[in-house]
Design a protein around this ligand. Structure first.
Ligand code: KIV
Length: 262
């Protein structure tokens, strides 16, 4: 998939699939699948580093994960998240962060929210850096929000989120992620915008869907958001494989003759 496909797919009514990836091995697996594009999400801070929120992600961390993913998923379109505060630390800092992500191998950057980010978004687009917007639940705002919950339930809130999406399109974003907004709002947004709306926890009526890799592969046995679909029991599969290895070592079944180097 290339950047021009986003508009083309929207026009053709062809849905877009996006999956997160954070490291080389998983990026290779994503690359060998049919998913359209890969997001190096700042959820890396949580799923790869065990932090409570995405606040811990830094430009350096995002650039390192992006570089690893880019090495593993050479054929996929890669979007990388601009981390917490990277937009609020002034235009030069924002430009430098986006530049780092592109130099690390991203094809585009994603940023949360729009209020107060207009100048940065304009500058990024002006500098030929493709930008994906992100509305609804913006996890980088967790300290203000207090919890991860659906956004845009009331009419006023819904109107505000819709207006934000329209502004992002006007500012030059080529796609928008709508996270945890009511299905009806996501449907209106998708119908209203000429750029694709990629939903997560926002119902089926969007132009595409994005999920966190660990949720799809069942790598988190204890936690799975209601909106995510687990396509395999990765944690169970891996634990059983490791226990089989352990058993073989303890019973003297591994290594066998075919594993001997000489
Ligand atoms: O960081 C992330 O994984 C994301 C997705 C949840 C859209 O932004």
């Amino acid at each position: 998939m290339k950047i021009t496909d986003f508009a083309a797919f929207k026009k053709a009514g062809r849905r877009i699939s996006m999956i997160t990836a954070y490291d080389y091995s998983m990026a290779r697996i994503a690359a060998s699948s049919s998913v359209d594009c890969v997001l190096v999400g700042d959820s890396a801070a949580m799923v790869m580093h065990g932090h409570e929120s995405t606040i811990a992600a830094t430009p350096e961390l995002m650039a390192a994960h992006t570089a690893a993913v880019a090495r593993g998923a050479k054929t996929k379109f890669i979007v990388a998240d601009m981390p917490f505060l990277s937009l609020r630390s002034g235009l030069p800092a924002a430009m430098s962060c986006a530049g780092e992500l592109l130099r690390a191998g991203a094809d585009a950057v994603k940023l949360e929210g729009v209020d107060g980010h207009e100048a940065v978004i304009k500058a990024l687009v002006h500098a030929d850096i493709p930008v994906v917007g992100h509305v609804g639940l913006t996890p980088q705002s967790i300290c203000r929000l207090g919890s991860y919950r659906v956004q845009g339930r009331g009419a006023a809130q819904a109107k505000k989120i819709l207006a934000q999406a329209v502004r992002l399109q006007k500012l030059g974003c080529f796609a928008i992620v709508a996270e945890c907004v009511p299905s009806a709002l996501a449907r209106r947004m998708s119908a209203l915008l000429s750029i694709p709306v990629i939903g997560i926890g926002s119902g089926p009526h969007t132009d595409g869907q994005v999920l966190v890799l660990h949720d799809v592969l069942g790598l988190y046995p204890d936690f799975s958001p209601k909106f995510a679909k687990r396509y395999c029991d990765g944690a169970g599969l891996f634990a059983r494989a490791l226990s089989a290895f352990d058993g073989d070592v303890k019973r003297g079944r591994f290594p066998a003759r075919e594993h001997e180097c000489a």
